[in-house]
Ligand binder design. Structure first.
Ligand SMILES: Cc1cc2nc3c(=O)[nH]c(=O)nc-3n(C[C@H](O)[C@H](O)[C@H](O)COP(=O)(O)O)c2cc1C
Length: 194
């Protein structure tokens, strides 16, 4: 296979994961390896204003988990049960001494992290549904210096996620009785403006 196909396959495998094997821990070394990938991402003004707080101890994971909102479209699912919770988190923060915004650096870096994680057989979920103040308080982050922007949940996946062709503009993900998570994606023809 050529590099393009390898890359496309990695991207297709890089789905949001919300159920993990909580008995398999992830070390700080692994988290730092993922953060290192962000060094090679493009950066508006080349300012590189994003910082990461690694969370991998059981104690801190227990603090962070209840502050996150999972899978808003799965209204009858309260989020992963104890044995399927993430075993680590990366808290992406903006260094406010450098900038008040980060253009699209945040998204570029999040994608690098999730792709890198997938290449290590890990799964991730990018989360925005949380209170930055509460996450900062839980982890002792000084929010006047480092503003939490995103949380990336990390762990070894125990769920199957499948990409589906999107039909009749129905973009909401769903789960079937066999617990498979389905993610509709728009067709290429819809993405192209003629
Ligand atoms: C900017 C952004 C914010 C997100 N926030 C949340 C969130 O707070 N909670 C959650 O469960 N998933 C969150 N997700 C995951 C999306 O629901 C997921 O990307 C989408 O359903 C498509 O699935 P896929 O990532 O497997 O393609 C977020 C994703 C992105 C890119």
């Amino acid at each position: 296979m050529n590099k393009f196909d390898d890359f496309k396959n990695l991207l297709k495998e890089d789905r949001s994961i919300r159920r993990f094997d909580s008995s398999r821990r992830v070390s700080t070394d692994i988290l730092e390896k993922l953060v290192e990938l962000t060094r090679y991402c493009s950066s508006g003004r080349n300012l590189q204003p994003l910082r990461y707080r690694c969370v991998c101890s059981e104690e801190e994971c227990r603090e962070v988990f209840p502050l996150l909102a999972w899978a808003g479209y799965l209204t009858d699912w309260p989020g992963p049960e104890e044995s399927e919770r993430p075993v680590a988190y990366l808290i992406q923060c903006l260094d406010l001494s450098l900038a008040k915004d980060c253009l699209c650096d945040d998204g570029l870096q999040l994608q690098a992290i999730t792709l890198g994680a997938r290449a290590l057989e890990l799964g991730c979920c990018i989360l925005k549904a949380f209170s930055p103040q509460k996450v900062a308080d839980a982890l002792g982050i000084d929010i006047t210096k480092y503003m939490p922007r995103y949380v990336v949940a990390v762990g070894y996946p125990v769920e199957k996620v499948e990409i589906e062709e999107m039909l009749s503009d129905d973009y909401k993900y769903y789960r079937t009785a066999d617990h498979v998570h389905h993610v509709p994606k728009r067709a290429l023809s819809e993405l192209l403006i003629h």
